[in-house]
Design a protein around this ligand. Structure first.
Ligand SMILES: Nc1ncnc2c1ncn2[C@@H]1O[C@H](COP(=O)(O)OP(=O)(O)OP(=O)(O)O)[C@@H](O)[C@H]1O
Ligand SMILES: [Mg+2]
Length: 226
């Protein structure tokens, strides 16, 4: 995934197993939205580079592309800012400045995307005190504002076992989606991060793997959650 134009036509680029999971996830998310007002979803994984940012963007684009729901996608990984770079929003004022009182009101960081009904908030400048910023009351207040304006809020978060961020925002997140790179990350590591977050909070596990044989090996475990 080199740039945002690739993402807008995601269904033509991705492998069938990945697409099938995205469709299932989309159904689960839409079902969730029809329920008790839960609309904030955090995308997490145990360790780095398991595919969180890709899933965040693909899922957000996918939900936005059907129906008329308004989707907000936030780059909450303020240490790496990968989503912001993919979206071509590097250098723009975003979440880190907003939370540090160095931006205007919430409206100043909410941006349109190239996908209809999909809106984004970039990470802003890279920071190391991400956990501290996300635990400020200002982030909580921002989510309150966004919940009034949007039907679904997707947070692209850093990994569970390398940072404190996913657990730090637990009270603000209704459900997490756990991305798991089968064959690369040991199963014990996944179990550790699932325990850290709590099974009840996990809407689904996305099995990300290039090797389909490995997918079959892990599918049993994956079905347990999914
Ligand atoms: N299903 C897949 N098949 C092949 N490559 C993939 C797949 N999913 C993600 N990638 C690639 O793997 C790399 C890491 O993906 P991504 O940035 O989405 O992961 P991440 O979990 O957000 O990483 P980080 O922890 O660094 O934020 C990217 O180069 C991405 O293009
Ligand atoms: Mg990422």
């Amino acid at each position: 995934m080199k740039n945002f134009d690739n993402v807008t036509s995601w269904s033509r680029h991705l492998d069938p197993f990945y697409l099938e999971q995205l469709r299932t996830l989309r159904s689960k998310v839409i079902h969730l939205l029809e329920g008790m007002g839960e609309k904030t979803i955090g995308i997490i994984s145990s360790v780095p580079e398991e595919g969180k940012t890709s899933i965040s963007l693909n899922l957000a684009s996918s939900v936005a592309s059907i129906g008329d729901k308004r989707i907000m996608l936030i780059d909450c990984d303020m240490r790496k800012c990968d989503l912001t770079m993919i979206l071509g929003m590097r250098g723009e004022i975003g979440l880190s400045q907003y939370l540090d009182d160095a931006a205007g009101g919430a409206e100043s960081i909410i941006k349109n995307s190239k996908v209809k009904n999909l809106y984004v908030i970039s990470s802003g400048r890279k920071v190391q005190n991400s956990t501290e910023l996300l635990t400020r009351a200002k982030f909580r207040d921002l989510l309150v504002i966004l919940k009034e304006k949007f039907d679904l809020i997707i947070l692209d978060l850093p990994p569970v076992l390398n940072t404190a961020d996913p657990v730090a925002v637990k009270e603000l997140v209704d459900k997490y989606i756990m991305v798991y790179f089968a064959g690369k990350t040991p199963l014990g590591i996944l179990e550790e991060s699932v325990n850290e977050i709590g099974k009840d909070k996990i809407l689904g596990v996305v099995l990300n793997a290039v090797d389909t044989e490995k997918i079959m090996k892990y599918k049993k475990y994956y079905q347990y959650y999914y």
